[in-house]
Structure formats: structure tokens, C-alpha cells
Design a protein around this ligand. Structure first.
Ligand code: ACO
Length: 401
């Protein structure tokens, strides 16, 4: 029986799978993930090779359109993105209206949604040509929103950086350049961010990506679907884990580096505390991204000349967890976000911006998944339920309750 007809064919049987632990929602040709073996590939290319040899924009093109770009395709893609990077001037007013204390994820989700108001033609996209226009628009404007969110926090003037720079180079310039000061681009930072963005670029049907697909399945536009995905990413069980990891490591440091205490808390079933940055729904082996990031954290901090005791605490905690029967039995390994925050911190990015940096990296993956869903003409996402509430009962007027 076709599963979508099971209910009709069996007079009422439905499958129930909270958390979709064993439910596939689509067929996809974008990302291959083998959680048992710890393998991750984008469009067939291994994550290790892409992180080593490609740049973020090439990976974005690969994810969205299926092939690595030729030099001409890459140049055109970058030029089309650059041509769309200016945001409406009124967006500045919205950025300025947020309190400086606002969480950057809330700001970025709102600004992404606000873009629909300033780009109405991107809302109803039905042809591939319309899709392409919406895609280069958001790839051009999103880094501006991210940089402005950061700059607003520190009271820095909002600007566009320098469009003659590479995509990732300009993101860093837009964030970090100071008024009346010479900005010197650091190759170490560019390479580190490039790698981090590539490692975060897609991860098949995770919580935020499924949110983007299900939102888009109602034919809501790309920007609205992305805004929903950003909100889903924010939670500490998903993308918000990078912020939570750093806060946890800080708490351990302030507690005299007592990792054993936190290990005990993580194993205590009466304590809601979890070892942040550990465990994954799909990986029951090392997250291949975590391996790359751990090595990169060592290199980046050494190259920047930063000695961060937090890195030692993280390594100590990882070692203890990997030798602990609780973690061994449950196959809990460090995930992508266990070490990413340490690099972001070394780069001078504040803790509450970490998840925004994740969103910047995940943007091409969300776009690719949204595009695939629309091109495949997937039906609207609409799960069923098993009703467990009250049976029929008569209404009781307010004065009789
Ligand atoms: N610390 C302590 N125990 C854990 C942890 C953890 N980090 N993660 C899972 N467990 C335990 C659970 O308590 C459960 O134990 P039990 O069998 O004795 O009840 C068992 O391991 C299985 O855990 P589930 O919650 O059922 O696994 P699930 O697949 O639903 O959750 C998740 C995966 C959300 C990632 C979980 O491991 C977690 O909360 N990790 C910490 C947050 C985190 O790092 N999230 C980032 C994930 S990567 C990403 O989204 C980018």
C-alpha cells in the first residue's frame, strides 16, 4: 500500500512518529548523511574535501543548482548576488528600531520577514527564473542584515562594506570595519569563516530545513520560508546549541573548571541539564564536521595568537564524555557546534551572534531544499494526529461554570 493511502485503504490507520524519528518527508538529491558511519556529502562531494578545497560561494552554487560552477558560472552568480545586495533604505529604520539588547536571532528573523514587504515580486515565485531572482536577492541581502544586526548592537554605522571583495571577505568587512579606521583584511579570519560556513551549509531534513520546506509547501515565498527556518534554528536543541555550548563552558570555567560536576548533572535524569554540543538525532558516530572544526579551532586560535582556556575545558570535557559509559551507551559524540563557538569567539564574534553565523552558513542549504521542494511540486505538508482529548460534551454557559 502507498503510505499516503494507508488511512483510506485501512479504514483509519495512521502512522505516528513523534519527532519524526523514523519518518522520511521527501526524496532529496542534495545532501547524503550516514549517521552510523559519520559520512556527510553535498551533492556527492565529501564534506572534508569541500571544506579543504572549495569556497563558500562555490558550495552554495553546488547545493542550490546541483553542480560545482564553472569559472563563468561562479563569476555570474557572484555578480548577480552583488547586484542585489542593496536593501531598501527603510530597512535601516527597522534595524534602528530594535533595542540594542534584542537577541540577534529575533532581529534577523524579523528582518528577513520584513524583506517580503520591500521585495513583493519575490513572494510569488513560480518559474525557475523568478526563483533565481529571489535566490540571488536573498544571498545578496542576508549578509547585510547579519552585519547590520551586529553593528547595531555596538552602535556602529550601517554600511555595505566593499562589493569588490569576495563574498565572505565582504561579510567580515561589513561586520568589523570601524569608522575612520583603516580596515585590514585577515586571511586567517576569511579562511576560518569560509570553512565554518561550508560545514554548516546543509544537513538534509533537520528541524530548520524541514521548517523551511513545510512553510514553503504552502507556497509561502522564499523569504517567509527562510524566516520560519531561522526561528526554528534559534532553539538550543538545534542551532542555538553553539551559544549554549559557550555559555556552558563559561559556567564550567567560573566553577573552577569542575567538568566532573557537569558530567554528573548531564547524566542525572532528574536534572534537565544536557551536555550542550553533544548528541545528534542522526549521528551515532563522530560528526565529521566536529572533527574538522576541532582541528580548525586549534589552528585558528594559534594563528590568531589567542590562548583560550575555554578550548582546554572543551577538550577535557570531550575526553571525559567519550570515556564515560553513559555517553558510550547512547552513542553521544560532539556535534558540529561543540567547537564552532570557540572559533567564533576567537574571531571576536559575540556569543549571542553565534547562531546568526550558523544561519548565514545554512542559507544556501535552506534555499536548495526550498527550490527542490518547489521544483518537485511537493504537496502541502500536513501531518495527521491521534486525538486524545475529551469526547463530545455539552457547552456550559459562563455563569454555570
Ligand atoms: N547530554 C546528556 N544526555 C543526552 C544528551 C546530552 N547532550 N543528548 C541525548 N542525551 C540522552 C537522552 O537523555 C536520552 O537518554 P535516555 O535514553 O536515558 O532517556 C538519550 O541520550 C537519547 O536522547 P534523545 O533526546 O532521545 O535524542 P534525540 O535524537 O531526540 O535528540 C539532540 C538529539 C536534541 C541533539 C540531543 O542529543 C540534545 O539535546 N543534545 C544537546 C543539544 C545540542 O547539542 N544540539 C545541537 C544538535 S546539532 C544541530 O542541531 C546543529
Amino acid at each position: 500500500i502507498d503510505i499516503s493511502n494507508l488511512r483510506n485503504a485501512s479504514e483509519g490507520v495512521i502512522t505516528i512518529d513523534p519527532g519524526y524519528k523514523n519518518t522520511g518527508s521527501c526524496e532529496s538529491a542534495i545532501t547524503f548523511l550516514d549517521g552510523e558511519k559519520g559520512i556527510l556529502r553535498y551533492r556527492g562531494y565529501s564534506i572534508e574535501e569541500l571544506a579543504e578545497k572549495a569556497d563558500f560561494l562555490e558550495v552554495a552554487y553546488l547545493l542550490i543548482f546541483g553542480e560545482l560552477p564553472t569559472k563563468e558560472q561562479n563569476d555570474k552568480f557572484h555578480n548577480d548576488i552583488k547586484a542585489q545586495s542593496i536593501v531598501d533604505d527603510d530597512v535601516r529604520k527597522i534595524v534602528d528600531a530594535f533595542p540594542k539588547t534584542a537577541h540577534p536571532m529575533g532581529v534577523v528573523a524579523s528582518l528577513t520577514s520584513a524583506l517580503t514587504a520591500f521585495n513583493p515580486s519575490s513572494v510569488n515565485v513560480n518559474s525557475e527564473e523568478d526563483m533565481y531572482k529571489a535566490i540571488v536577492k536573498i544571498l545578496g541581502k542576508f549578509p547585510v542584515l547579519v552585519a547590520w544586526t551586529y553593528r547595531r548592537k555596538f552602535g556602529l554605522p550601517l554600511d555595505y562594506g566593499d562589493n569588490s571583495l569576495g563574498y565572505v571577505e565582504n561579510i567580515l568587512k561589513m561586520m568589523f570595519s570601524q569608522p575612520n579606521a583603516c580596515y585590514v583584511q585577515s586571511k586567517i579570519l576569511v579562511d576560518a569563516l569560509d570553512k565554518l560556513l561550508i560545514l554548516h551549509a546543509d544537513h538534509e531534513q533537520n528541524c530548520s530545513t524541514s521548517t523551511v520546506r513545510i512553510t514553503g509547501s504552502s507556497h509561502a515565498g522564499l523569504f517567509a520560508s527562510l524566516s520560519a527556518g531561522i526561528s526554528a534554528l534559534w532553539g538550543p536543541l538545534h542551532g542555538g546549541a553553539n551559544q549554549a555550548v559557550l555559555e556552558m563552558l563559561e559556567a564550567i570555567k567560573a566553577d573552577d573548571g569542575d567538568t566532573k560536576k557537569y558530567m554528573a548533572k548531564a547524566k542525572d535524569k532528574d536534572d534537565p541539564f544536557r551536555l550542550m554540543g553533544f548528541g545528534h538525532r542522526v549521528y551515532k558516530n563522530f560528526d565529521p564536521r566536529a572533527k574538522i572544526i576541532k582541528k580548525a579551532a586549534d589552528e585558528v586560535l594559534a594563528n590568531l595568537g589567542v590562548e583560550d582556556p575555554i578550548l582546554d575545558i572543551a577538550k577535557g570535557l570531550e575526553k571525559e564524555a567519550l570515556e564515560d559509559q553513559y555517553f558510550v551507551d547512547r552513542k553521544l559524540y560532539p556535534n558540529v557546534d561543540f567547537y564552532s563557538g570557540i572559533i567564533y569567539r576567537g574571531m571576536g564574534i559575540p556569543t549571542d551572534m553565534f547562531t546568526v553565523m550558523f544561519a548565514l552558513g545554512r542559507l544556501p542549504g535552506w534555499i536548495a531544499q526550498w527550490r527542490e521542494m518547489r521544483l518537485n511540486k511537493e504537496p502541502i505538508g500536513r501531518p495527521r494526529q491521534i486525538y486524545v482529548g475529551a469526547t463530545h460534551r455539552p457547552f456550559v454557559p459562563l455563569d454555570k461554570r
